[in-house]
Unconditional design. Structure first.
Length: 290
């Protein structure tokens, strides 16, 4: 260490449990790479395997990837939150895309009581296998939406969640100068609003969240760019490492047609990235260390 201020960074893998190839890549990224935290889906085709792998690899901090869109409905009944399309093995599935969800949301066609019941079932299912909830986040960041956020913060307090992903208005940098900026700004604003709720509830959150602007497409060069540009405060980099999944490309093309899980897996395990972290006073932490 050079004595310079240390950047403390969490690297999180979303989507543990969605597919065997994704599960394999996440665990490999923990064992051979820089990964310290993973967000587990409790309503996905390979959730059971994801639980087993998380228990086998106790050093991998495992939180909940709350499924607000996409995934198998744990309520298992038709209502305002499932989709007309059953995309996972004929089961009743949740709304399949953030655009579809927001369309129903804006038209007032989402019953938030049903959504709260669904999310609470996911949390209670998680606690059957793990003693505590170190962190939560939401699929496609829908946990930040007004109304949805009220449910999430209420459940977080009830079940003593330790931390929540909240993107905010980070200091300007070239990280945000890309075509996804107009899409991301609303989530940053909503994240800023949620931070006071978390402070009042004693719930932690990363002070910066990066990676959303390159979601599913973080290669070695982009990971280095993220590491260089996040602030020296506690930060999170959101990633999706895995192995190629033709099943997800077929069943969920609206979400995963552009994903490059292999590049993200290789980036997390890159010796060049590891050397950069070592040489630049970066400390990799997890949510419990915020």
């Amino acid at each position: 260490m050079s004595g310079k201020p240390v950047k403390r960074i969490i690297i999180t893998a979303d989507d543990l449990g969605i597919d065997k190839n994704i599960n394999k890549g996440i665990i490999e990224s923990y064992n051979n790479g820089l990964l310290k935290s993973a967000a587990l889906l409790m309503n996905a085709p390979e959730t059971e395997e994801g639980i087993h792998l998380a228990k086998q690899n106790r050093g991998l901090e495992t939180g909940i990837h709350l499924s607000i869109v996409e995934g198998i409905s744990l309520r298992g009944i038709q209502s305002t939150i499932p989709d007309s399309l059953s995309y996972f093995s004929g089961k009743i599935c949740l709304i399949r895309h953030w655009k579809n969800f927001i369309a129903k949301y804006l038209l007032g066609k989402i019953d938030f009581r049903e959504l709260e019941e669904e999310l609470e079932l996911q949390i209670r299912s998680f606690l059957k296998h793990f003693k505590t909830i170190p962190f939560v986040n939401g699929t496609q960041h829908m946990h930040l939406m007004p109304g949805v956020w009220r449910i999430v913060i209420r459940l977080a307090k009830k079940y003593k969640v330790q931390a929540i992903r909240l993107p905010g208005l980070d200091r300007p940098s070239k990280l945000w100068l890309n075509k996804r900026l107009p899409f991301l700004i609303p989530f940053q604003l909503l994240g800023e609003r949620g931070r006071s709720d978390c402070r009042n509830a004693g719930i932690k959150y990363p002070l910066n969240v990066a990676g959303m602007q390159y979601s599913g497409q973080i290669d070695e060069s982009k990971l280095l760019l993220l590491l260089q540009n996040v602030s020296s405060d506690n930060a999170e980099i959101v990633m999706h490492p895995g192995y190629e999944s033709m099943l997800l490309r077929k069943d969920l093309p609206w979400a995963y047609s552009t994903f490059d899980w292999d590049s993200e897996r290789r980036a997390i395990q890159s010796e060049i990235v590891k050397t950069y972290i070592q040489d630049n006073d970066i400390e990799l932490i997890n949510f419990s260390e915020l």
